[in-house]
Design a protein. Structure first.
Length: 313
């Protein structure tokens, strides 16, 4: 069942078409990541989904509501973790979590949430004494204390050290286990690859790829690298046609291919017929970051056009 359904979403700012026909869905219990360069339209899209910004055209359904008109009933079912929430500096962690908790009809125990985000030792500390990473943990606690069905995370681990990032990743994973749905934006491709069930890549207001991190790699031709070494006395010219050029990389030979199964079948059959072993034979798929860089570099960025519809305030 879809928690978020977006169809042909557009948002214009004067002559600039910031969101240009996005369509995607997010399923219940899924972690979905939106990634893309600065200015791609990610933040505008998420603000529309949260009900903080009005769309120019298209349809949006979030938890069965139109975010523009959902009102309090809608807001009570979502949690939002902003990149910079502007926290009240003189409150303690516990005081602030309790304050936010009182705004929701459904709510989690304040101390349980503080423990969940790893701030037990800081629960009586004032916000102004917290480090950047601790503030991000507090942001997450405030987003969770209302027991939301859907959680929006904007750059959730900015400012975290490696240990804190790993803890945050574990926390997001536990939310999935509780049946929560999470939509996150991030500039860390390893984070999206680790956390997300599916990833949407946005460039110039358009969705250029969507799918599981491993699936997106298949949208870039020739991205799988097959590497091997030849036994001593064997020349590369003796090999069969593998369907792609073979290049030397130090002591190894490598080729890039979109059909690794075919390449491996030809290569291993040839080696078996000759009684050869192929040391260091490996197949390496690109990381999400590799694919992201290639897709965003090759994506055509359209010129901004004048909006056809008057922009709502």
């Amino acid at each position: 069942m879809s928690v978020i359904t977006v169809e042909d979403l557009h948002k214009d700012y004067g002559p600039v078409h910031a969101v240009a026909g996005l369509s995607f869905n997010v399923e219940r219990g899924e972690v979905f990541a939106l990634v893309g360069p600065n200015g791609a339209g990610k933040t505008t899209t998420v603000e529309i989904l949260e009900g903080h910004r009005r769309r120019t055209s298209g349809s949006v359904d979030v938890l069965g509501f139109d975010p523009e008109t959902g009102g309090r009933d809608f807001r009570e079912r979502i949690g939002i973790v902003l990149q910079d929430a502007g926290l009240e500096e003189d409150f303690t962690v516990r005081e602030l979590v309790r304050l936010y908790r009182g705004m929701y009809p459904r709510r989690l125990a304040a101390d349980d949430v503080i423990e969940l985000v790893g701030l037990v030792d800081k629960r009586d500390a004032r916000v102004k004494t917290l480090s950047g990473g601790q503030r991000r943990r507090l942001d997450l606690a405030l987003g969770l204390v209302g027991d939301p069905d859907l959680l929006f995370l904007d750059e959730p681990t900015t400012g975290f050290d490696p240990s804190a990032r790993r803890h945050a990743w574990e926390l997001v994973g536990s939310l999935r286990g509780l049946g929560k749905t999470v939509l996150l934006t991030t500039h860390y491709m390893d984070e999206a690859e680790h956390l997300a069930d599916r990833v949407g890549i946005v460039v110039a207001g358009r969705l250029i790829a969507v799918g599981a991190p491993a699936e997106i790699g298949g949208t870039v031709a020739g991205t799988v690298v097959v590497s091997f070494r030849l036994p001593e006395g064997t020349q590369v010219g003796e090999m069969p046609d593998l369907g792609a050029p073979v290049a030397a990389r130090g002591l190894e030979w490598q080729l890039r291919t979109a059909t690794p199964t075919v390449v491996l079948q030809r290569l291993t059959s040839w080696a078996e017929r000759r009684g050869l072993d192929l040391p260091a034979l490996s197949v390496t798929r690109p990381s999400l970051e590799d694919v992201y860089l290639e897709l965003t570099a090759s994506a055509r960025v359209p010129e901004p056009r004048r909006a056809d519809v008057t922009v709502a305030p």
